[in-house]
Design a protein around this ligand. Structure first.
Ligand code: GUN
Ligand code: FE
Length: 423
């Protein structure tokens, strides 16, 4: 067992922070939290050896529930189009390059290193259609000791030939990746990833559902992000009641754990399907701004009992930091607060933090909190350059979230093991 001492902050409930000033957390050999307490006696191990982080903050690590590793090279460029032309003009040409596995290796190594740097220890990731590139991305995450659900992307229509793959080849590629990921409770696993309805024929969507069911794999995709996209789906799926219903009819809406990115425009009926299917919404505020999609009504989702995590959605989003996603999520909710004549309360910091940690983390298992049995995924924050002496512990956390950066993150842990930056 290992015991760490620091100012410990986490959110067992979304309404409030739990703060242990000069607290202790005990972590078992399996990398899981045994207990937290305000003294070694309270932990029941008075003789334990303690690693003391002193005046630093110890918080759960970040979880990014929607990000495209293969769009890393486009991060921060190509902000002048809405979703559908943006995909055709910028995104698909970049993803086509991943047929070259050495290019994939180069970009994916940079991507994973930066994800590590910003304190994200778990991610739900889109790769591309290419099996070898996807395999390399999974191996890079494994090497780093980080957690990831990695999606070989299914696409067979409405995109360049170079980004289309036949259904049989898609299934066989997935079967290879599944066969290579048999370790129980592995940190890195495949996820079924139909890009979105416009990219997949009905046959492909059925194959995705079959692969998810047969190998008990989670599912990720995009939902109700942009109005032109929604109109296109209506034309492609005239028999469905809506976009979410189309996924549901193909068995891709909560049949296994499912996360859907964006949900900017989901109406009441779709929100009911999301809630009843236990589907997680990946809220990606910077992407929604950049691709001019709209503002997802996250307060409504939380009030309705829908589970929500935060996503960076590189490269629709320009910022890989989930700390910054908390800030943007709060700011979007303040726009809704104004538009609702102050009827819809905006998100609190604890709610945003909870979405980034315990709520988003729930997609990976018991991740995102320091309650007993949770994986010890943690960050140690040294905010000395932010003049901490003038502030209480929660003000220090808030200030770090708003104005700190990755240089303040001095240790990273994923399931109990320290994750180190490359030299
Ligand atoms: N919808 C389908 N593909 C994508 C993508 O790559 N990014 C975003 N933001 N939305 C999508
Ligand atoms: Fe996306």
């Amino acid at each position: 067992m290992k015991v760490y001492k620091a100012h410990i902050i986490y959110t067992p409930r979304r309404e409030e922070f739990h703060v242990l000033e000069n607290g202790y957390v005990a972590v078992g050999r399996d990398g899981r939290v045994v207990c937290v307490g305000s003294s070694l006696e309270a932990l029941g191990c008075p003789d334990a050896e303690v690693l003391d982080f002193g005046n630093r903050l110890l918080i759960p690590a970040m979880n990014d529930v929607h990000v495209h590793a293969a769009q890393y090279h486009n991060q921060g460029i190509a902000m002048d189009l809405e979703l559908l032309p943006w995909l055709q003009n910028y995104t698909f040409p970049e993803e086509s390059k991943f047929s070259d596995s050495s290019y994939a290796e180069l970009i994916y190594r940079r991507f994973v290193e930066n994800m590590k740097r910003v304190g994200t220890m778990r991610a739900v990731v889109f790769a591309t259609i290419h099996t070898e590139g996807t395999r390399r991305l999974m191996n890079i995450f494994r090497e780093a000791g980080m957690g990831a659900l990695v999606g070989k992307v299914a696409m067979n229509r409405n995109c360049p030939d170079s980004l289309q793959e036949g259904v049989a080849d898609y299934v066989s590629g997935m079967e290879q990746l599944v066969a290579e990921s048999t370790e129980p409770d592995a940190l890195v696993r495949p996820i079924v990833t139909p890009r979105f309805i416009p990219s997949c024929t009905p046959e492909m969507l059925r194959a995705c559902s079959e692969v998810a069911r047969r190998y008990n794999l989670p599912v990720q995709s995009h939902l109700s992000e942009n109005l032109s996209e929604i109109e296109l789906v209506r034309q492609l799926e005239p028999e469905s009641q809506g976009y979410g219903d189309a996924y549901r009819r193909y068995g891709l809406f909560g049949d296994t754990p499912t996360v859907m990115a964006h949900c900017v425009w989901s109406d009441e009926a779709e929100r009911r399907l999301i809630r009843d299917g236990g589907v997680m919404v990946a809220h990606c505020p910077t992407s929604n701004f950049n691709v001019a999609s709209g503002m997802a009504p996250i307060r409504t989702y939380l009030d309705e009992g829908i589970s929500v995590g935060l996503g960076s959605d590189i490269s629709g989003g320009h910022d890989l930091s989930i700390f910054r996603m908390m800030v943007y999520a709060i700011q979007v909710s303040k726009m809704h607060y104004q538009r609702s004549n102050h009827e819809q309360p905006f998100l609190s910091l604890s709610e945003a933090f909870w979405m980034a940690t315990k709520s988003g983390g729930s997609f990976f298992g018991k991740v995102g909190s320091f309650e007993e049995g949770y994986d010890f995924d943690a960050l140690v924050i040294d905010d000395a350059n932010l003049f901490p002496a003038d502030y209480n512990i929660l003000q220090r956390l808030e200030r770090f979230i708003y104005v700190g950066d990755d240089r303040n993150i001095v240790h990273r842990f994923c399931r109990g093991k320290e994750v180190c930056l490359a030299e």
